[in-house]
Write a protein that binds this ligand. Sequence first.
Ligand code: GDP
Ligand code: MG
Length: 166
Amino acid sequence: KSGFIALVGRPNVGKSTLLNKMIGEKIAIMSPKAQTTRNKIQGIYTTNEGQMVFMDTPGIHKPHNSLGDYMVKTAMSALRESDMVWLLVNADQERGVGDDFIINRLKESNTPVYLIINKVDLIDRAEVLNQIADYNAQMDFAEIFPISALTGEGVPELLRFTMDHM
Ligand code: GDP
Ligand code: MG
């Protein structure tokens, strides 16, 4: 089995932290700056059942100029080449315009999207349920996973489910 997975989400949602947690090495460069990486393979998670190839797509945000516009187009082409999208959002923040911009782009593609509500270590169970309900009303996600990339909570379930659906 193998699958290409596009990791999307606005800066600082924890994409690099999740990659590091899954793959166990510092393969993704952690940076507070947006746009330090273009679309490229960030890591490969391999088990005896198969492999997941992760691509970072840092360009999906509201473009302010023609370079930004180009980056959105590049990121969208990466989406078309992916088998699935993992959309990461911050559990400890309300859904914002940055998240909505990405969600609207994802609705334009046919790739299945898993919503990953990250940083659940920072909020309580009731708030997690509120976040799930709020995002669920925005689009049809193939699946929703509350996780903490930092502590690893929920990550084995996410990997298990993804492997089973490749
Ligand atoms: P990226 O820009 O999406 O790649 O985000 P990073 O992986 O660089 O993470 C941004 C910040 O969020 C860093 O300070 C991380 O330590 C923090 N972070 C990431 N995941 C979690 C999490 O599950 N819980 C908490 N509390 N912090 C997290
Ligand atoms: Mg990063």
